[in-house]
Design a protein around this ligand. Structure first.
Ligand code: ATP
Ligand code: MG
Length: 392
């Protein structure tokens, strides 16, 4: 009954799939209507590094604006923008100092589906909550990170909104055109859509025609916006193509998510081999990869499975300190949040149970806090404070 699959059939499928995505987006909240979660005064105080009493005092004496209240007189909670304003007033912003290098973190593994985009998005939002100035750059034409901010890449994002123009036009000087605000104060996004796939091929062809320095374009774009940020997070595609090479070239830190399954472990071993060869090959061309730190992160782990427990143990022995202590376990909460084109950090209430949600937040915060420490260790102005905080 089925005839040959024609181009029209595929085109029809694509159009209908876009319709499905549009209705999914409508069920969640579109990017323009989204709000980062509001925080109660105790949480706000903890994040600002002052007591609730100090916040009330500052509101009373006019250093801080009076906060909106419900009809019963309760504070409605603070937005992240208000928390950041408090940090400004109390002098507790965690920004890097003028001599501290911007952190450019690639969340990379050439294997697909290991949790790169999930890790990159949650790390970006965690750091924004902590008060850092963050830019998340979606370098993947699949646009998963872009989707988690409420956009349907092929409907909402044009090629002119992505990295694509900057990568192909050597005369462009600044990537600022592609940096957009998000509903998280202090967190900016460079979105991606399918068009970025063309960049992959165009770059490959031009590099083969003796333009190897094109691999520096992403690094140049990042340099053009770096002064505005403390941390820039790169979410690359799952392949060793020219975009991934550009990501490696631009990054100064590497976070490698690895699920503890034999297949994923095998491909991570290949990733390390490719990384090693790539670093050597680029260095020979005068384009060295310069990493200040690298960490491996066990993701999507299911400790109910004895094989996974065993592999986790092996990874711990093998990678030692390079493996983050916290494991990002497989969680229905992450799946459910991403089905709503959201992150776990912006769910106002658990989708599953309170317990599952809290457990998931504990893993996410544990992983992200370890990464935060790595970042701060690369900032001389922070290293002494880390020692004072007893982290070192
Ligand atoms: N810890 C986790 N628990 C449950 N689901 C997860 C977890 N991490 C990732 N996922 C889910 O797995 C799927 C793949 O994750 P993600 O898109 O982050 O991987 P990726 O490595 O970026 O994939 P790609 O290689 O295609 O870019 C998503 O549906 C995501 O919601
Ligand atoms: Mg991804």
């Amino acid at each position: 009954m089925d005839g040959p699959t024609s181009i029209e059939t595929v085109a029809g499928l694509y159009t209908r799939s876009l319709d499905v995505l549009a209705s999914l987006r409508a069920r969640g909240e579109a990017a323009v209507e989204r709000r980062a979660p509001r925080l109660p005064i105790t949480r706000a105080a903890e994040l600002v590094g002052r007591t609730p009493a100090a916040i009330r005092e500052a509101e009373k004496d006019g250093r801080l604006p009076t906060v909106e209240r419900t009809t019963s007189g309760r504070r409605v909670g603070y937005s992240l923008a208000e928390v950041n304003q408090m940090r400004g007033v109390f002098g507790t912003r965690p920004w890097r100092g003028p001599q501290d290098p911007v952190s450019v973190i690639a969340v990379q593994n050439f294997k697909g589906g290991v949790g790169k985009s999930t890790v990159a998005t949650h790390l970006a939002q965690y750091l924004a909550i902590r008060g850092y100035r963050v830019c998340l750059i979606d370098c993947d034409s699949q646009g998963s990170a872009t989707t988690m901010f409420g956009y349907v890449p092929d409907l909402d994002i044009g090629e002119e909104d992505t990295l694509y123009p900057f990568i192909r036009n050597a005369e462009m000087r600044s990537l600022a055109y592609a940096v957009r605000e998000t509903h998280w104060d202090g967190l900016y996004l460079v979105p991606a859509n399918l068009k970025l796939y063309s960049a992959e091929y165009e770059l490959a062809a031009r590099i083969a025609r003796a333009e190897p320095t094109l691999l520096n374009r992403l690094a140049e774009g990042i340099a053009s916006i770096a002064e505005h940020f403390d941390v820039i997070i790169l979410d690359p595609p799952p392949a060793l193509g020219t975009i991934s090479l550009s990501v490696m070239r631009a990054a100064n830190a590497l976070l490698v998510p690895v699920p503890p399954t034999v297949i994923d472990f095998t491909s991570t071993t290949s990733f390390l081999a490719m990384l090693y060869e790539t670093m050597g090959a680029l260095e020979e061309r005068g384009l060295p990869i310069d990493l200040r730190w690298m960490r491996i992160l066990a993701t999507r782990a299911d400790e109910q499975k004895s094989m996974q427990r065993e592999l986790l143990g092996l990874m711990r022995t093998l990678f030692g300190e390079l493996l983050l202590r916290t494991v990002l376990k497989d969680s229905a909460e992450i799946d459910n949040a991403s089905a709503r084109l959201m992150s776990v950090y912006e769910l106002e209430q658990p989708v599953t149970s309170r317990e599952t949600y809290q457990r998931c937040l504990t893993y996410l915060n544990g992983v992200n806090a370890e990464v935060e420490t790595q970042i701060r260790l690369t900032w001389p102005s922070h290293a002494a404070r880390l020692r004072a905080e007893g982290v070192l």
